[in-house]
Structure formats: structure tokens, C-alpha cells
Design a protein around this ligand. Structure first.
Ligand code: AMP
Ligand code: ZN
Length: 665
């Protein structure tokens, strides 16, 4: 039998390889299930043997550290910007300039220009020691804890890597993941993110690295700096980086002339639309590193490199009408209906106008000729109105004041961009949307019932809210369009089976604004029943770990409605789970009720996360920072000096891991 250390090292290596195959080579070599099993095994072993802790273990990818203020650190090698070019002439001018400065033929490496947030990674002896944002080029923010959660960033290199070097790259958010994130946001009534680039760069500065770990970010690398080894060309350095385990896209190509560079440009100007992430151009670099050195830098950019920006594809077309959509939460979205036009390989008929401010800003009017652009965003966007073509009799767009579906007066809350229809219980798209959310996979997961059938049931007057689902019979649904005997059975069965769905998912299914899956889990765990949540005040709610004012307000508003209480009561009567089951309650006590506890340091018997779980399961609250409200601190080994000082200042007592475990025994 292997000793634990060998087992740990073996598992780490195995998981690292799988990670590499999956996230760098896009080639899975193990099922998710198997991977999770091995990861769990490693976690368990590491918890039992803290002496083998390694900050670069694959278990560290899930995040956990919270950073309030990122430390600003200098770049050892400055991060320059790039000069831009937009035409063949620009590129020829550049070549003429550099040919005067270096001898011999010039060969170029052509690379894609990834549109994300730039990052500089420092490796020492094959391990990642630091990740810093570009900042102003001289100094940036140390975001190492967040970067470590990105699976395509190798924590441990392989092969013949140099002992110390920096490598630069771009953190991007591929379209797929971006869209999924937005679906989840829309689901809880949040406004979707506008584009992948800003979302990627925003992600690097999130305080909670666990949140970063959940985002499907990728790191693409393109530049090696300060590596003291015999590499003579840029192209070779890309190949080397790839061998050491970095994700370096394969698109890079060598060109022997500006004409060949232009072939690369032309190819990618079209094929970039097939890439999984955003690119805004290409970067051309003098291939020979000796020549690069001779060329040097201007005040802001290398002379040996040049960006070529793709023109965002733009067309002009006519705005036929503006219509308004009502979402599940009542949010109104104005939509531009356009005369169909070809753009970047698709026919565009509609574009989002976002909100009233956007319409005002563009001063867009029905009948206008407008410029439509497809940039990074998936949905085309209206850039401007062609005022030279505006009809003399055009009328300024008046934003609607009433809901297009139910004619209720719209409201717009202070500080919000969106108008809302407040007719929560009587506005059809809201009713339908809410029931569709209720039955969805992550909520009540009702088999045999689809979104369209829900719309049909509402429009036929068979149901008015989600509790009505439980009163449907086969006789009700059989007459519906396209409803066969078998599907009617499935539908009714699916509904009655859903009474077994656990409370936390029912809570999510209710569709309370801002209560997504995670928040629902927290509330369910903390309050244990719907009645307790309904009786909680805003203050109570804000006292729950990670529940903010916005969520608290939304929750109390939901339960202040008689109608909602009535619907919930009906759900209760039909047997839907509105409290935590006895099974889930097992192992939970109130021993620590009222205690606000800070956990710090390294522990011997349980992991920090386990400790937090123990506190919550025994009725206590975990707080991340020491304040006068802290009841006591559970201190492990290596408690930070600033925390120690703070605790002394506020005379807050420390207890050891052992004392704590005794307490809850
Ligand atoms: P700009 O922000 O327009 O000045 O462009 C410079 C930025 O392009 C750099 O700071 C990098 O973050 C980014 N970039 C993206 N892809 C590449 C690449 N292949 N080579 C160099 N820089 C790149
Ligand atoms: Zn309405």
C-alpha cells in the first residue's frame, strides 16, 4: 500500500494531467464523475495530512480566499501597449520604418489578438508564484488567488522550462460560457452582462475567488519575457510555452512578407466568427528576437510589433418599428425591428435597444436609417442613426408608459435602467415566465411539461399561478392542442412527482427576484422552513452570511404579498416540500446559536471549510472579518499578525481547534 504522501503526489499528478488534457488540449480523458471522485479523494487525504499542503495542488482551484484590496505590485518587465494599423498601407509603412533599423530579411509571426484582460504570470522553478494585471504597464494588481482558479493556467509546468520567467497572455471568456452566465443571471432577474471582455476583466477583481472559480474563464498566452534560455524566435517561444503546458492557440503562422501577413488577415477576418472566443484583430511580430532587441520600444509600444484591427462589420438598414418585451420579472426591453439585412454571415432582423436611456442617447426614431454593428456581442447593436437620411416629418420616440401586455402603468426605480411592469399577478408574460421558471430543470424539474404547454395552459385559462399546476387532471389537458393520451399522463405524473423536490429547490423555483440557486440554498439551510423565511425581517435576513440588502428587500417584499402567501399555502396543501426534511436536519444543533465566529489559520483535524460547515450546522454564524460583533475566534496555526493585533485591540478571545470541537461535541 502506498503511503499517504505518495498517494497525494500521485493523485495530484493524475488530476493535473486530466486538467491539462481537458482545459488546454480540449480533449477530455476522464468523465466528470471520475474526476470529481479523485478530486474528493485528494481533498480528503490533504485534509488528513496538512503537512503535505501545497498551494499549487489541483484542490486549490476551487478558490476560497477573499481579497478585500488587491496589492499593487511592480512589473519586473514593463507591459507595453501595441501600435495599431488598419490597412495594407499602414502595414507597408511599418515595414519601411523597421527595415531602416535592422539588417537582413524580416520574417513575421502572425497571431490572433484575443480580446480580454491582459495578465502577466510569473513562474519560478515550474510553479506559478504571481499573477498581475496590466494596470498602467509599470505596476498592476496582484490577482494570483483569482488566477489560480482558472483551469487552463498551469500551476505546475512540465518539460524543460527555465527556472524563472514571466509569461504574458489574455484572460478571455468564451462565448459559450458567457451565454450560460447570462442565462443564469436572467433567471434570477438580474440584467445580463453586456460583453465577454468586460466580464472577463471584471472577474479578475472579484473579491471572492470561489466566484471566479465558477466562471468559465480561459487564459491564452502569447509572450515570454525574461526567460534566460536559448530561444531565438517568437514562433519558437510559442511552441516552447505550449510544451511547458500553457494554452497557446494554434492559429499562429509565420509570414515572409507583408503580403503573406495580409493573407493571414483576410483568412481570419472571416474565420474569426468560428472561434469560441472574441478576437478584435491580429498581432504581427518580428519573428527574430535579435532583431526585436535592435528595434526596441517607443514610449508606449514595441517597434517590433503591430496590431491590425479588424473593422467591426457594419451595415445600414431601416428601423421599421420599436416593440417592447416583458420579461418574467416584469422588466421591459425595447427591441428594434429592422428591415432584414446581411451582417457577418447572418440575417439580422432585430437588435436590442436595452432601455429608455439608450433610445434617448441615440435619438432613434421609427423610419430612421440606422447603422448596425456586430462586435463582440452576440446580439447585434445599433451604433448610430444616419441623420443625413432622416425624414423631415420624423417624430421623436416616446418611451411607453404602460405595459404593452396588460396596460398597467410602468415604474422605474431610482438607480435602475430598466422600466418594470408592477402587475406581478395579472400580467401574462410574467405569469407564464414565472411558471416556466418553476418547472425548469434546476427548479422543480417537472418532466413532461414544457414552456410552450405552460403558455397554452395560462392562455386557455386553466392555470393562473404555479400552485394551480397541482390541481390539473388529465381531463383538463387532453383537449389541448397536440396533447396525446401518453403525454397527458406524463405531464400529470411529472407534476405529482415534483412534490419530492427538496425545499431549497422549491425556494429557488418560487422565482423571488435575486434569489438564485446559491441564495436559495443559504436561506433554506439557515431558516429551515418557508414560514421562518416569511417571518424574517430585513435586518434578520441581512444578518445571514452573504445575504445583501437588495436580496433582503426582495424577499420581504415577496412575503408581504397576501397573494403570494395564499399561493404558498396551496403548495403546502398539495404536499410540496416547504421545509428541510428530517434527513437534512440530522447533525444540526443550536449549540452555537447567536455566536458570530471568525475562523483563521491552518487546522489539524478539520479543514477550514469543514469548520465553517460545523459552525453553520450548529447554529452559529461565520464572519470573514474581526469586528466588535465577533463572539470569538477559532484560531489555528499561523494566524496572521494583523488579525492577532485586531483581536487584542477589541479584546476578543481566541479558542483553539480542540476547544471548539469540544464545544460542539
Ligand atoms: P491595445 O489594448 O489595443 O493597446 O492592445 C494591446 C493588447 O493586446 C495587449 O496589452 C494584449 O493584452 C493584447 N493582446 C491580445 N492578443 C495578443 C497577442 N497575440 N500578442 C500581443 N498582445 C496581445
Ligand atoms: Zn404588464
Amino acid at each position: 500500500m502506498n503511503n499517504p504522501q505518495e498517494q497525494i503526489l500521485e493523485l495530484r499528478k493524475e488530476l493535473r494531467d486530466h486538467n491539462y488534457n481537458y482545459y488546454v488540449l480540449d480533449n477530455a480523458t476522464i468523465s466528470d464523475f471520475e474526476f470529481d471522485k479523485k478530486l474528493k479523494h485528494l481533498q480528503d487525504l490533504e485534509e488528513k495530512h496538512p503537512e503535505f499542503f501545497d498551494s499549487n495542488s489541483p484542490t486549490q482551484r476551487v478558490g476560497g480566499e477573499v481579497t478585500k484590496n488587491f496589492e499593487t505590485v511592480p512589473h519586473e518587465h514593463r507591459m507595453y501597449s501595441l501600435d495599431n494599423s488598419y490597412s495594407k498601407e499602414d502595414l507597408q509603412d511599418w515595414e519601411t520604418r523597421i527595415k531602416k533599423l535592422v539588417d537582413g530579411d524580416i520574417q513575421y509571426t502572425c497571431e490572433l489578438k484575443y480580446d480580454g484582460a491582459s495578465i502577466s504570470l510569473t513562474y519560478e522553478n515550474g510553479t506559478l508564484v504571481k499573477a498581475v494585471t496590466r494596470g498602467d504597464g509599470f505596476q498592476g494588481d496582484n490577482v494570483t488567488t483569482n488566477i489560480k482558479t482558472i483551469k487552463s493556467v498551469p500551476l505546475q509546468l512540465k518539460g524543460d522550462y527555465p527556472s524563472k520567467f514571466d509569461i504574458r497572455g489574455e484572460i478571455v471568456l468564451p462565448f459559450d460560457g458567457f451565454n450560460k452566465m447570462n442565462e443564469a443571471r436572467i433567471e434570477i432577474g438580474e440584467e445580463p452582462y453586456r460583453n465577454p471582455r468586460n466580464t472577463a476583466s471584471g472577474s479578475l477583481k472579484l473579491q471572492d475567488s470561489t466566484e471566479v472559480a465558477k466562471r468559465p474563464l480561459e487564459c491564452l498566452l502569447y509572450n515570454l519575457t525574461g526567460a534566460n534560455i536559448k530561444i531565438s524566435t517568437q514562433f519558437e517561444s510559442l511552441e516552447k510555452a505550449r510544451q511547458w503546458g500553457f494554452k497557446v492557440p494554434n492559429a499562429a503562422k509565420l509570414a515572409n512578407s507583408i503580403d503573406e501577413v495580409l493573407e493571414f488577415v483576410d483568412y481570419w477576418n472571416i474565420h474569426r466568427h468560428d472561434l469560441p472566443y472574441e478576437t478584435d484583430g491580429i498581432v504581427i511580430k518580428v519573428n527574430n528576437l535579435q532583431q526585436q532587441e535592435e528595434l526596441g520600444y517607443t514610449a508606449k509600444a514595441p517597434r517590433w510589433a503591430m496590431a491590425y484591427k479588424f473593422k467591426a462589420e457594419q451595415v445600414s438598414t431601416k428601423l421599421n418599428s420599436i416593440t417592447y418585451q416583458v420579461g418574467r420579472t416584469g422588466a421591459i426591453t425595447p427591441v428594434a425591428n429592422l428591415a432584414p439585412v446581411e451582417l457577418a454571415g447572418t440575417t439580422v432582423k432585430r437588435a436590442s435597444l436595452h432601455n429608455a436611456d439608450q433610445i434617448e442617447k441615440l435619438d432613434i426614431r421609427v423610419g430612421d436609417e440606422v447603422f448596425v454593428e456586430k462586435g463582440g456581442e452576440i446580439i447585434p447593436k445599433i451604433i448610430a442613426v444616419d441623420l443625413s437620411k432622416r425624414e423631415l416629418d420624423s417624430v421623436k420616440t416616446e418611451y411607453i408608459t404602460q405595459c404593452p401586455e396588460c396596460e398597467t402603468e410602468l415604474i422605474r426605480q431610482e438607480g435602475e435602467a430598466q422600466h418594470y411592469c408592477p402587475n406581478y399577478n395579472g400580467c401574462n408574460p410574467q405569469i407564464i415566465g414565472r411558471i416556466q421558471h418553476f418547472i425548469s430543470r434546476k427548479a422543480m424539474d417537472i418532466d413532461g411539461l414544457g414552456g410552450e404547454t405552460v403558455a397554452l395552459l395560462v392562455n386557455e385559462g386553466l392555470i393562473f399561478n404555479y400552485s394551480d399546476l397541482y390541481e390539473l387532471t388529465k381531463e383538463h389537458v387532453i383537449p389541448l392542442e397536440r396533447m396525446a393520451e401518453k403525454s397527458a399522463d406524463n405531464l400529470i405524473n411529472g407534476i405529482s412527482n415534483s412534490v419530492n423536490i427538496p425545499f431549497e429547490r422549491v425556494l429557488f423555483a418560487l422565482g423571488i427576484r435575486f434569489v438564485g440557486e446559491t441564495v436559495a440554498k443559504k436561506l433554506a439551510k439557515h431558516y429551515k422552513s418557508i414560514d421562518a423565511i416569511a417571518n424574517a425581517t430585513e435586518d434578520d435576513l441581512v444578518g445571514v452570511n452573504e445575504i445583501g440588502v437588495k436580496i433582503a428587500e426582495s424577499v420581504t417584499a415577496f412575503f408581504a404579498s397576501e397573494k403570494n402567501l395564499y399561493i404558498i399555502n396551496r403548495l403546502k396543501q398539495f404536499g410540496v416540500q416547504l421545509e428541510i426534511s428530517a434527513e437534512e436536519l440530522k447533525g444540526q444543533t443550536e449549540i452555537l446559536k447567536g455566536d458570530i465566529i471568525v475562523v483563521t489559520g491552518v487546522f489539524e483535524y478539520v479543514s477550514r471549510n469543514e469548520l465553517k460547515k460545523l459552525i453553520e450546522n450548529n447554529g452559529g454564524k461565520v464572519s470573514s472579518s474581526i469586528s466588535s460583533k465577533t463572539s470569538y475566534i477559532v484560531a489555528g496555526n499561523n494566524m496572521g499578525p494583523s488579525k492577532k493585533q485586531k483581536a487584542e485591540q477589541l479584546s476578543i478571545s481566541l479558542i483553539s481547534e480542540n476547544e471548539f470541537l469540544q464545544k460542539i461535541k
